[in-house]
Design a protein around this ligand. Structure first.
Ligand SMILES: [Zn+2]
Length: 87
């Protein structure tokens, strides 16, 4: 999978700032690699998880040793612009 280089660079810079050396918290090893984008669907009801709700733009980070997978929000990471805030 080929990711947008600019977005990937922004995510990597963010992770370096907040995660430091990038060692996996689960196994204490790593490295962890960006795998792809994940539109995480939200719902106000568990029974209606297929309908409505918003989507969190995320990126999947996978530890290459233990397989632990983390989702990082692309807006919080500063990789993409969020929707305009109301009020
Ligand atoms: Zn790990």
């Amino acid at each position: 999978m080929s990711l947008d280089k600019d977005t990937e660079d922004k995510v990597l810079a963010h992770l370096k700032k907040v995660w430091g050396d990038g060692v996996c918290r689960e196994c204490g090893k790593g490295p962890q690699q960006i795998q792809g984008y994940v539109p995480l669907a939200l719902s106000e009801s568990p029974a209606a998880s297929m309908f409505g709700g918003g989507v969190l733009p995320c990126i999947a980070i996978v530890c290459t040793v233990c397989g632990s997978t983390k989702l990082v929000n692309l807006i919080v990471a500063g990789a993409i612009e969020g929707p305009p805030k109301n009020g």
